[in-house]
Write a protein that binds this ligand. Structure first.
Ligand SMILES: [Zn+2]
Length: 359
């Protein structure tokens, strides 16, 4: 029932509208027009999220994707070759997450075209996902009726269900030392750079274990070769699907900085921010069961996967709406080699349709 030509056409239309994060106005208008044209109730909230509703019977289901793209994403020229859609190599493609949006549109088209009996649907297409899940965070989740939702924002073959994602802490640290002339009176100085370097060397970073990662992402400081640097700023992060491991890892990184600063006679200020919280669902959770049943009705074997990345699903789960992302086939997202096979988009649309249509 899913029409691959129509799906490709709506996808291409979306790809041709520039939509870097924070510049989603045009694509938001386009989407509102698409949903209105299908007879749905549509609203655009303050930040630009587009929310549409379609009445139905039974338990409501949220379908969600994001409309913004990572850069470089202006003037995308989509190229279709042997059923695979890519950019011309100068930009990302933007299948992350316009493929998800196109799949939602195609599911709605199919329901309307065949007058299929279906559950009440709430469609939430967010803005600013890529720069910090800001659209989802600003969304008024209490106004949503759904308790369960399907996110269309993950790579992996159709059949993939992302059941677990980490919590994420961001750390911003400023190391203070003492400035001094490096040639005349180095003994009067305390190098913030040496403190930072020694602390970092003592940290466990990278992949800590199968559910925990940590990274120092940037270091800035110092002014000149002949000055002992009195200030260095670090940006770092830690993620884990285990909340206790995340707090241990974060504490270890903060402690390393503080202890090293103390040892050298400097100080350090650290700001730790929770960017989002993680979630772990299992096949006993209603949304996972619903999707697994939908997949199996099509002969697709579900694969339950944990991820190391965050998405809007983190925000929805924190707000009490069980949302999991399913794999829609996007590959090499966030690079100019990004691509997606139309056949995977079709399969993902069939899966969503199977989940929301009443048998
Ligand atoms: Zn995405």
């Amino acid at each position: 029932m899913i029409q691959s030509d129509r799906l490709l056409e709506s996808f291409m239309e979306l790809l041709r509208i520039d939509s870097p994060s924070r510049e989603e106005e045009e694509i938001g208008k386009h989407l509102a027009k698409c949903f209105t044209g299908m007879g749905l109730d549509v609203e655009t909230d303050e930040i630009g999220n587009v929310i549409a509703r379609m009445d139905g019977k039974g338990e409501a289901i949220l379908l969600t994707a994001h409309m913004d793209n990572v850069k470089p994403c202006r003037g995308v020229v989509p190229v279709v070759e042997e059923g695979v859609v890519r950019s011309d190599g100068t930009t990302v493609l933007g299948s992350d997450d316009k493929a998800g949006v196109a799949i939602v549109l195609e599911v709605l088209h199919t329901i309307i075209e065949h007058e299929l009996p279906h559950r009440p649907l709430e469609i939430v297409i967010t803005v600013q996902e890529e720069i910090g899940l800001f659209g989802a965070k600003r969304l008024e989740a209490s106004a949503l009726h759904s308790r369960l939702g399907i996110g269309l924002d993950a790579g992996g073959k159709p059949g993939t269900i992302i059941v677990s994602a980490p919590s994420h802490n961001r750390m911003t640290a400023v190391v203070h030392g003492k400035a001094a002339h490096a040639g005349i009176c180095p003994e009067d100085g305390v190098s913030a750079l040496v403190i930072a370097a020694e602390a970092i060397t003592g940290m466990e970073l990278g992949r800590i274990d199968d559910e925990t990662t940590a990274n120092i992402g940037s270091i800035h400081g110092g002014t000149a070769a002949n000055m002992i640097p009195d200030r260095v700023e670090l940006r770092a992060e830690a993620r884990s699907r285990s909340k206790s491991k995340l707090s241990n890892q974060t504490k270890a990184m903060v402690d390393a900085l503080q202890e090293t600063a103390l040892k050298h006679g400097g100080t350090v200020e650290v700001l730790v921010e929770r960017r989002y919280s993680g979630y772990t669902l299992t096949e006993d959770d209603e949304i996972v069961r619903l999707i697994m049943d939908g997949m199996r009705s099509l002969g697709v074997e579900p694969a339950l996967i944990a991820t190391g990345g965050g998405s809007d699903a983190n925000v929805f789960n924190t707000a009490g709406i069980q949302v999991v992302n399913i794999g829609i086939g996007m590959a090499r997202a966030h690079t100019t080699e990004e691509y997606i096979a139309l056949s995977d988009m079709v399969s993902a649309a069939e899966i969503v349709l199977a989940c929301v249509v009443m048998s």
